[in-house]
Write a protein that binds this ligand. Structure first.
Ligand SMILES: *[C@@H]1O[C@H](CO)[C@@H](O)[C@H](O)[C@H]1NC(C)=O
Ligand SMILES: *[C@@H]1O[C@H](CO)[C@@H](O)[C@H](O)[C@H]1NC(C)=O
Ligand SMILES: *[C@@H]1O[C@H](CO)[C@@H](O)[C@H](O)[C@H]1NC(C)=O
Length: 476
């Protein structure tokens, strides 16, 4: 009897010890790594090795990492790190996988099986922003998306792999309307044929609606009407009440997330979980891109991290308490990204691994505990003229092709450069290219053209005109 009793006590103690140990473990996990993930994009030619990069991701205490492929070197290095990993099927493999189960099986066998479970692959994303591309061929891909997801999922299931969620990241342009949030609605060209089957798949498989969501973009498109604090999730001074739902918003991110919730609800899927596959704020940009600075980037990301690591989870006005797995974009500044200057400045780290600004990914650090940030100087949109000229240090040999390209666009773009005309002299490639870039950009900026020319061009507020040669400009 005694023995029995003491035996029971021992068991009880064992259980208590185990519970205590377990709670220590979960507690220390909470301390060690965060619920926050980092997007590890590699579109740079000056980035540290995957080995060093993963060291940085670990030392930043990220809990997850998302890559844009299934690079075997990276996946091998991630084994045993404890990081939860999100991998991706490239867009150009979707149509084959959609049409052939053997190819789906091969993809999983080649890219998942060699690494799983040592590498904790948890999300398998099929494509990247597939519904944002709209050439005829891209449109075909829209309708291959869900079939490809089903096949990948079937492959995983046949291998008895049950803890990898299959999803696909979509951008906010999948919505036809997002304001007010209660008016959120998917685009009519994808709503019935793509979104309904997608939501059905996500609901049945208890996967996530992965969303790339950037308050920076709507704010920077309309900085005079949207409060910057509201876009940065800072303070509650400015609020917005949705007349349709009566819900009160204190920040633009919640508003954008809820517009997707309302759109899903309209199609009959109110309970699909959300994950933020990308968000962030650029820390540098061009003259015509207000608000891209270190100050705003740090404030946005810190506020985001604090919100998404809160325990219990905060959620959104439409989904209070919802836990939203979140990935910050991006680990590095990536110098090989095209488009406006901001595109190359989303990094938490410089290419050499030094932080652009501090951000505690555990979300424990209060704003007052950080060092002070550089004062933002471009929060108000620039007003005046801008020209687009050859960047300093450009190799003249590289200017020929973009010069010809710029001159071949538009109406009389380079008329002033022909012999005898006002900008012909000095006869220098740099001079002619600067004129051509300015003239091209002045005609096409309103249609979305950027002053970039693969990094060979920069914006300037200093008028390059000389004598009778007047450079066309963009007026903001
Ligand atoms: C599917 O792909 C495999 C491997 O390339 C190929 O052998 C097979 O013929 C394909 N099946 C169909 C139905 O196209
Ligand atoms: C979504 O999934 C839930 C839980 O499995 C289920 O109860 C519900 O009927 C599903 N919704 C739809 C529209 O299929
Ligand atoms: C060029 O000029 C013509 C006639 O003025 C006009 O119809 C056309 O839209 C212009 N094209 C561009 C690219 O500005």
């Amino acid at each position: 009897m005694d023995k029995h009793t003491s035996g029971n006590k021992a068991t009880e103690m064992g259980v208590i010890n185990a519970l205590f140990f377990f709670s220590l473990l979960t507690f220390s996990n909470g301390q060690i790594s965060s619920n926050i993930g980092i997007c590890y994009g590699q579109l740079g030619n000056n980035l540290l090795s995957p080995y060093q990069s993963i060291e940085f991701i670990n030392s930043m205490k990220a809990g997850r990492v998302k890559i844009y492929d299934a690079n075997p070197e990276v996946l091998k290095l991630l084994a045993g790190t404890g990081l939860h990993v999100s991998i991706m099927v490239p867009n150009n493999e979707i149509s084959n996988i959609a049409s052939n189960q053997t190819l789906a099986n091969q993809w999983v066998r080649n890219n998942v099986v060699p690494h799983y479970p040592q590498t904790m692959i948890r999300f398998l994303l099929v494509g990247n922003e597939v519904l944002s591309y709209s050439s005829d061929q891209d449109r075909e891909n829209w309708f291959n998306l869900v079939p490809a997801m089903r096949r990948i999922r079937a492959s995983l299931k046949s291998l008895n792999i049950r803890n990898i969620k299959v999803g696909t990241p979509l951008a906010m342009d999948v919505l036809q309307s997002s304001f007010p949030p209660s008016n959120g609605m998917f685009r009519s060209d994808v709503s019935e044929r793509v979104m309904v089957p997608l939501l059905h798949f996500l609901n049945v498989t208890k996967s996530f609606f992965f969303l790339d969501v950037y308050p920076y973009f709507p704010w920077s498109a309309d900085p005079n009407h949207i409060s910057l604090d509201y876009a940065l999730s800072r303070g509650t001074r400015f609020t917005y009440t949705d007349p349709g739902s009566g819900l009160r918003y204190t920040n633009l991110l919640d508003q954008m997330l809820d517009s997707v919730i309302f759109a899903m609800t309209k199609l009959g899927y109110p309970n699909v979980q959300l994950s933020i596959a990308e968000t962030g704020w650029p820390h540098a940009g061009d003259i015509d891109q207000p608000g891209a600075n270190i100050y705003n980037a740090a404030i946005y990301n810190r506020n985001l991290v604090r919100k998404m690591t809160a325990n219990p989870p905060v959620g959104t006005p439409a989904r209070p308490g919802m836990d939203i797995p979140t990935f910050l974009f991006s680990l590095y500044d990536e110098n090989r990204k095209s488009g406006p200057e901001t595109e190359r400045h989303w990094g938490l780290l410089h290419p050499n691994g030094s932080p652009v600004y501090e951000v505690d990914l555990t979300g424990k650090r209060e704003e007052s505990e950080y060092d002070s940030l550089p004062v933002p100087r471009n929060n108000r949109p620039y007003k005046g003229k801008i020209w687009c000229v050859v960047a300093r240090g450009t190799n003249v040999m590289e200017l020929g092709a973009p010069l010809i390209h710029a001159c071949s666009q538009g109406n009389g773009t380079c008329d002033a450069l022909v012999p005898g005309k006002e900008c012909y002299e000095p006869i220098m490639v740099t001079w002619h290219a600067s004129y051509a870039f300015s003239s091209y950009w002045a005609q096409f900026r309103s249609q979305g053209a950027t002053c970039s020319f693969n990094g060979l061009a920069v914006q300037t507020t200093r008028d390059p005109s000389r004598g009778s040669c007047k450079f066309p400009s963009v007026t903001l």
